[in-house]
Design a protein around this ligand. Structure first.
Ligand code: UDP
Length: 324
């Protein structure tokens, strides 16, 4: 089949493109290289079933022929990363909302199946220590806090997807990623794992924000791809939202614990430095989430998704990647 992967030069997109090519599909990547990188897809370039265009999902002239060419679309192009979103609020809103709107409008003309990449961030900060399920109430801070731009823009994407499904019968599947990690993820835009690994390998202080008691559940990229492709192939997924994350028994950890683990695995002498939020972010731009772990009941029940890769295994693989 012919797959269009928007954002295909990014971390998740480039791994997805690689997997689709391995399965003998044709892949067209569209990426504006805002956070994506040509280096992520360089190794795919010789493959006759691989094509790449540098351009934006905001341009109908660019997007239209690619949508027409494709059988199926993975829409991953978006502004991502807490730091990036805080520093580029306007671009984030525009890319995430207008880009998704345009893509759905074009896909609808020929009823192409679309998978929209969404995020656990949509649920917001949520009080207490309960896992996040797809239909939980959302809890966001004020609109003045730039971080919530991202949550809001992705929520609009989900609502557009649902509206196209309900009103136009366009088959749209929405997937909320939970802290996906792996080789090629850039440390430049805020993601904690590549940041800590880079800091540890360079012998720089490992910067744990606040007291490091905040908890996350990390997802290996290969598990995430298993989930993504299973959702794309299933006939009952259109019009639905799915959490996609790691196994909390092996992959949930507090951020201080993560720093200690990475320090041990890299045999680093880096000190662990506790940084107050006020020092790390411009005033009023950031709020943290104390706890974020997915409830995976829905995706497991429907597709048999079963994430297998432990945090330790993933971290070792990412460390090896950075070392090489
Ligand atoms: N974090 C940290 N130090 C860093 C970057 C992030 O302590 O240098 C923390 C951040 O405050 C959050 C967690 O790590 O509690 C995960 O941050 P990330 O930006 O990777 O993703 P989030 O889950 O917040 O979207």
């Amino acid at each position: 089949m012919r797959f269009l992967v928007t954002g295909g030069a990014g971390f998740i997109g480039s791994h997805l493109a690689e997997r689709l090519l391995k399965q003998d599909h044709e892949v067209y990547v569209l990426d504006d290289l805002s956070t994506g990188d040509l280096d992520n897809v360089r190794h795919l370039e010789g493959n006759p079933r691989f094509q790449m265009k540098v351009g934006t999902v905001l341009d109908p002239e660019t997007l239209k022929p690619l949508v027409e060419w494709s059988d199926v679309i993975y829409h991953l192009a978006a502004a991502v990363g807490v730091n990036y979103v805080i520093n580029h609020p306007l671009q984030s809103l525009t890319t995430n909302i207008r880009g998704t709107e345009l893509l759905l409008e074009l896909a609808n003309k020929k009823k192409k199946r679309v998978l929209l990449a969404s995020t656990s961030e949509v649920a917001g900060k949520k009080n207490g220590k309960a896992t996040f399920s797809e239909d939980d109430d959302r809890l966001l801070g004020p609109t003045t806090v730039a971080r919530w731009n991202y949550s809001t823009s992705k929520a609009v994407g989900e609502m557009l997807g649902l509206a196209y499904w309900r009103e136009k019968k366009l088959p749209v599947i929405m997937v909320r990623f939970f802290n996906v990690i792996g080789p090629r993820q850039s440390p430049e835009y805020g993601m904690v794992v590549p940041r800590f690994i880079k800091q540890a390998l360079l012998g720089h202080p490992i910067t744990v924000y606040n007291d490091g008691e905040q908890r996350r559940c990390f997802t290996d990229i290969e598990d995430a791809l298993d989930g993504l492709t299973a959702l794309m192939e299933h006939d009952q997924t259109p019009g639905e939202i799915f959490n996609l994350g790691g196994n909390h028994e092996t992959n949930e950890i507090c951020i201080k614990g993560l720093a200690e683990k990475i320090k041990t695995l890299t045999e680093s002498d880096s000190p662990i430095e506790f940084v107050p939020y006020e020092k790390a972010f411009a005033k009023g731009s950031y709020e943290d989430l104390n706890y974020r772990v997915p409830d995976l009941t829905k995706i497991k029940k429907l597709t048999g998704y079963n994430p297998k890769i432990s945090l330790d295994t993933t971290l070792r693989r990412i460390i090896e990647y950075y070392e090489s």
